[in-house]
Design a protein around this ligand. Structure first.
Ligand SMILES: [Zn+2]
Ligand SMILES: [Zn+2]
Length: 223
């Protein structure tokens, strides 16, 4: 089963230019089975998500992209605190161990090797330094690629995963129409609830896949 684990919809994520319909249309055209909405510091209420899923006729899950002291962290499953209070990474990790939610590190080397870091003249660190970052080992999986990461970031992440293997996932991190489904996660079994999705991520039964791996070329390339 292919799930795009990381996507932002407008207006719930103010940085996104893609409506839920835009996201679903792209995901569907890329042959993705389900989409997980991960708005910034905001969770979709379950009834609203179910109504939206029925409305667009497509399976939807919800996670949250939390802003923590260690940068962004994706959380899949119910959180105990009101999100406006925020989480520090270590609080989030402790709660996840109690509740069984899954944590994923998105764009893991953005600060070290992302576009802005490169423009500022920063030299990307060796993979050994990346795996020493606290977030690397605290989360249950690392995001191997998205449409918001550069080839440099993806190569450094891949090198770090070779040094310190961790479960890895893919998600489009779509913020615009046409992007959803460009990076996805293959689940070994079908998942129907966020709890099942979290369980599979925690068990490491996941693989990242880019649209370029699934076809000779991305069917939506250039759109
Ligand atoms: Zn992010
Ligand atoms: Zn994001």
């Amino acid at each position: 089963m292919l799930v795009d684990l990381h996507a932002h919809s407008s207006p719930k994520s103010s940085c996104s230019k893609a409506s839920l319909r835009d996201l679903v249309e792209a995901a569907r055209r890329r042959g993705v089975d389900a989409l997980c909405l991960t708005e910034h510091d905001l969770a979709w209420p379950e009834d609203e998500l179910a109504a939206a899923s029925a409305d667009v006729g497509f399976p939807l899950f919800s996670g949250v992209e939390l802003t923590t002291d260690a940068g962004h962290v994706l959380a899949f499953g119910p959180l105990r605190r009101p999100l406006w209070l925020g989480y520090r990474l270590e609080e989030l990790a402790a709660e996840a161990e109690e509740t069984g939610i899954a944590l994923v590190l998105p764009h893991p080397v953005r600060r070290q090797a992302g576009e802005r870091a490169v423009r500022a003249g920063r030299v990307p660190p060796p993979p050994d330094d990346v795996v020493a970052l606290p977030a690397w080992s605290v989360v249950h999986a690392v995001e191997a690629g998205s449409t918001q990461t550069t080839p440099t970031e993806q190569a450094l992440t891949a090198a770090a995963l070779r040094v310190a293997p961790r479960p890895a996932v893919g998600g489009s991190d779509a913020h615009a129409p046409g992007r959803a489904g460009a990076w996805v996660t293959r689940f070994e079994r079908d998942v129907r609830t966020t709890a099942e999705l979290a369980e599979e991520i925690r068990a490491g039964k996941v693989t990242p896949v880019s649209a370029y791996d699934r076809a000779d070329h991305d069917p939506l390339e250039g759109t």
